[in-house]
Design a protein. Structure first.
Length: 367
C-alpha cells in the first residue's frame, strides 16, 4: 500500500457542518481541531528570530545544546533521571514520527501495530503505509503474537485517558514479551486535570516506577505544540532505548528529516523555561472549567477526559447527529467516527479556543 491508497483526509467530511456553524449570527466557535490559538511565548519567538542566520544544514540528531535540554527536561519535568544525549532525538513535529515509525523500524506485511481503541488516525496510517495490520486494543493480553510496535497515548487524544504507572508497566511487560517496541505518545503530559494527575503529574513510560533502569524497547514521544504554542514550528522529540534511537537516527538521516536550525534553537529555549508552560496550563484549566459544566448541562456525558486538551462526550446518539445539532448552535466539534470504530456516539470538544469563544460556546449550550 502507498500514500495514494489512503482514504480521503477525514476532516474534509466536517466541511458541511463548519458551513452550518458559520451561519450562526454570532459566528462559529470552532472546537473541532486542537490547534493552539494563544501567542507563541516571546522568549521562544525571540530565540527563533536570533537564529535565522542558518546557512548550513541542521543536524538530524539535534544540536548538543538541544539534546542536553531534552535530557534536562525529562529529569526536571517528567521524573526521568539518567538520560544522556544518546537517549534522545528531535523530530519535525510528532505526527511525522507517528506516521513513519513503522517504516523506520522495518515493520511490514505480516506484522501488527497496536494502537489505542480511541485513537488519532495517524497510528493506523503508519501501519497501513507499510502493509502491517493495525490492531485497536487497550488490553495488553489481547495484543497478537505478531505485534512489532505498540502505541500507547497518555493523556489520550481524543479521550483524555491517563494511564497509571501500573498500567504503563503492564504495557511495557507485554510488549517486551512479544519482542515489540513500545512507543508512548505523551504530548499532553503537562495537562493533567483530575486527581491524582492534577498534583502528582501524568507519569511517563520512562519513569523508574515503570521501567526501573531498563529502557530496552521503550520510547517516549513528546511535542511542544500544545505546552508552548509551537504547533507552527513543528517541534517535537523522543527519548528512550539508545539502540532504538540510533536505528531511528540512521533512517532519519537518509530521509532528510532534519529539524530546521532556528527551530532547534527555539526548542532549546522553550525546554528551559517553565514559566510559559504554567501560564498556558492555567489558560486551559480556566477554559475547561467553563466548558465542561456547560457540555454536561446540555445533555452530554463527559467520559474520561482526566487529562489533555479535549472533552470526550456523548449524548447517546450517533456522533454525526450530535455534530449537526451543535453546528446549528454555531459550535463545531469532531465526531467519534474519526477516532476508530469503537465510539460512534462520542464527539470531541477541544479547549483550544479563546476565552471569549469558549464563553460563547457555554452560553449557546445553556438549556
Amino acid at each position: 500500500m502507498g500514500v495514494a491508497d489512503l482514504a480521503d483526509y477525514p476532516w474534509d467530511a466536517v466541511a458541511p457542518y463548519a458551513e452550518r456553524a458559520r451561519r450562526h449570527p454570532a459566528g462559529i466557535v470552532d472546537l473541532s481541531i486542537g490547534s493552539p490559538v494563544d501567542p507563541t511565548p516571546a522568549v521562544v519567538a525571540e530565540a527563533l528570530a536570533a537564529a535565522t542566520d542558518a546557512h548550513a544544514y541542521p543536524q538530524t540528531m539535534g544540536t548538543p545544546a538541544l539534546r542536553e535540554a531534552i535530557v534536562d527536561w525529562y529529569a526536571r519535568r517528567r521524573g526521568v533521571p539518567g538520560l544522556t544525549p544518546a537517549h534522545v532525538l528531535p523530530t519535525v513535529g510528532s505526527k511525522e514520527l507517528v506516521a513513519l515509525l513503522p517504516l523506520l523500524l522495518g515493520i511490514g506485511p505480516g506484522d501488527a501495530v497496536v494502537h489505542p481503541r480511541a485513537a488519532y488516525p495517524t497510528y493506523e496510517v503508519g501501519a497501513r503505509l507499510v502493509g502491517a495490520d493495525a490492531v485497536a486494543s487497550d488490553d495488553p493480553a489481547e495484543w497478537p503474537e505478531n505485534t512489532r510496535l505498540v502505541w500507547i497515548n497518555s493523556p489520550g487524544n481524543p479521550d483524555g485517558r491517563v494511564l497509571s504507572t501500573d498500567e504503563l508497566a503492564d504495557a511495557v511487560t507485554r510488549a517486551r514479551a512479544l519482542g515489540a517496541v513500545l512507543a508512548s505518545d505523551e504530548c499532553y503530559a503537562e495537562l493533567g486535570w483530575d486527581a491524582p494527575w492534577d498534583t502528582a503529574g501524568v507519569p511517563s513510560v520512562l519513569d523508574p516506577a515503570v521501567v526501573g533502569d531498563d529502557l530496552s524497547g521503550v520510547l517516549s514521544v513528546y511535542s511542544l505544540s500544545k505546552q508552548s504554542n509551537l504547533a507552527g514550528y513543528r517541534a517535537a522529540f523522543l527519548a528512550g532505548d539508545p539502540e532504538v534511537v540510533a536505528r531511528l537516527l540512521t533512517g532519519r538521516k537518509h530521509l532528510g528529516l532534519m529539524p530546521p536550525a532556528p527551530v532547534q534553537r527555539a526548542m532549546t529555549v522553550a525546554l528551559g523555561d517553565d514559566a510559559h508552560v504554567a501560564e498556558q496550563r492555567e489558560r486551559y484549566a480556566r477554559r475547561r472549567a467553563v466548558l465542561k459544566p456547560a457540555v454536561e448541562a446540555a445533555g452530554f456525558r463527559v467520559d474520561r477526559s482526566e487529562g489533555g486538551l479535549y472533552l470526550w462526550a456523548t449524548e447517546g446518539r450517533d456522533a454525526w447527529d450530535s455534530v449537526g445539532r451543535l453546528a446549528d448552535l454555531g459550535i463545531l466539534v469532531g465526531p467519534g467516527h474519526f477516532y476508530g470504530t469503537h465510539f460512534p456516539q462520542h464527539v470531541r470538544f477541544s479547549l483550544t479556543a479563546t476565552d471569549e469563544r469558549i464563553a460563547a460556546a457555554a452560553e449557546r449550550l445553556a438549556p
